[in-house]
Design a protein around this ligand. Structure first.
Ligand SMILES: Nc1ncnc2c1ncn2[C@@H]1O[C@H](COP(=O)(O)OP(=O)(O)O)[C@@H](O)[C@H]1O
Ligand SMILES: [Mg+2]
Length: 376
């Protein structure tokens, strides 16, 4: 079935930012409408590797998922990281995203400029990550705040919805100003469901990174992303998302799609691996069809390559594949050691002793390095 806009043709007019003339770095939201596809894991790996390869820049991770999984990894994993989250969220006010959101619930329509006071330099807690990696820590309290964020969207001035949907962009500006640096790169880890705080995250982003895994529900989720954010509907007459309609009403910018990431791919030469691969290729093929009818939704990567004109050039720009590194991935997340920094050998965590093999590291380290090299 072809992808159509409300009017039945290709979408031609969503308000999409043009990045020409910018020299500041971009804000990336890592989102898919499905859980367990690797949003948090990839946020941790990609932000860490980006920080390592850009030592003269500061890199910011915003954790806008109440599960705080990426925060946990960035702050040291299942022991140290979880303890750090407890500590940060127990402060008064909490030095987490919930602290900032509280400020904005109290002052919804007047910018508090308070975002930078909720930053944590990850290295002060986890010495396995680069010193230039900063975090606004996730907080389960965000879930409790959702209804009050929602209320702020409907009360107040006529453009209350729009103002509330710039809270996270305001937060990023606060950090830029406090660092006296405009060119910062930001990665936002998102919650799967399209709740109000996910809307805030998407509204703050310039670009979307969309991880998916090889299964049917991941395929549906990839479609959901397109309909929720860009109003791409599958049948003429189908209702467009309220989020999309509001962004159009208030002439707000939408992020552009930067990459689709087939994640946790297995390289085993088995029939299940082949079936796996078929699903991944189907999803990529579908995404390419969306590109053909709605090229404006996609961010042509900086670096001089022209807009893709066929599947091969599309693949080179927009398709990423990340292998499953098995035990090495588990150890990386559990100990908060980015995969590109992890070495082979015997590792201990939570009273367990496990073996990380170089062959596992070799499966994933090159994928992460290559992907990060393609991020501006
Ligand atoms: N490329 C990968 N290789 C191995 N394990 C992975 C990979 N990506 C994600 N995982 C694991 O899969 C699980 C789900 O990933 P997670 O990042 O929490 O998903 P999401 O944030 O999308 O819900 C986690 O246990 C994570 O460590
Ligand atoms: Mg997650």
């Amino acid at each position: 079935m072809p992808w159509v806009s409300r009017g039945g043709g290709a979408i031609s007019s969503p308000v999409i930012p043009r990045l020409t003339g910018r020299d500041d770095m971009a804000v990336y939201a890592v989102w898919n409408n499905k859980g367990g596809v690797g949003k948090s894991y990839l946020t941790f790996q990609v932000a860490s590797e980006y920080a390592r390869t850009h030592p003269n820049q500061r890199v910011l991770v915003l954790d806008l998922c109440p599960q705080a999984n990426s925060s946990s990894m960035i702050l040291g994993g299942i022991e140290a990281g979880e303890a750090a989250i407890e500590q940060l969220s127990g402060m008064t006010p909490p030095r987490t995203i919930a602290g900032y959101i509280n400020d904005r619930i109290v002052s919804p329509y007047v910018d508090t400029h308070s975002g930078a006071s909720y930053l944590t330099q990850a290295r002060t807690i986890n010495n396995a990550v680069p010193a230039n990696l900063y975090l606004i820590c996730g907080d389960e309290e965000l879930e409790m705040q959702a209804s009050r964020i929602q209320l702020a969207c409907t009360a107040g001035p006529p453009n209350a919805w729009q103002i509330v949907h710039t809270w996270i962009r305001n937060l990023i500006d606060d950090v830029r100003n406090s660092w006296n640096q405009q060119d910062i790169t930001v990665f936002i880890d998102c919650n799967p469901s399209f709740t109000v705080y996910t809307e805030l995250a998407i509204s703050a982003a310039d670009r979307l990174i969309i991880p998916f895994s090889a299964d049917g529900s991941s395929k549906r989720a990839v479609r959901s992303v397109l309909s929720l954010v860009y109003g791409v509907v599958r049948r003429p007459g189908q209702i467009q998302s309220q989020y999309y309609r509001n962004t159009q009403q208030f002439l707000m910018r939408l992020p552009q799609i930067y990459s689709y990431v087939g994640n946790r791919l297995t390289q085993m030469n088995s029939s299940s691996a082949t079936a796996f691969r078929t699903v991944v290729l189907e999803i990529f093929a579908e995404v390419f069809r969306v590109y053909q009818s709605n090229p404006g939704l996609f961010a042509i990567h900086p670096g001089g390559s022209p807009a893709p004109i066929n599947r091969a050039t599309f693949r080179a720009m927009f398709e990423e594949q990340i292998n499953d590194a098995n035990t090495a991935s588990v150890v990386s997340g559990a100990k908060g050691i980015p995969i590109c920094f992890l070495t082979s050998g015997t590792k201990q965590f939570s009273g367990r002793t496990v073996q990380v093999n170089q062959s596992q590291l070799d499966k994933q380290q090159p994928n992460i390095r290559d992907f990060v090299a393609r991020i501006e």
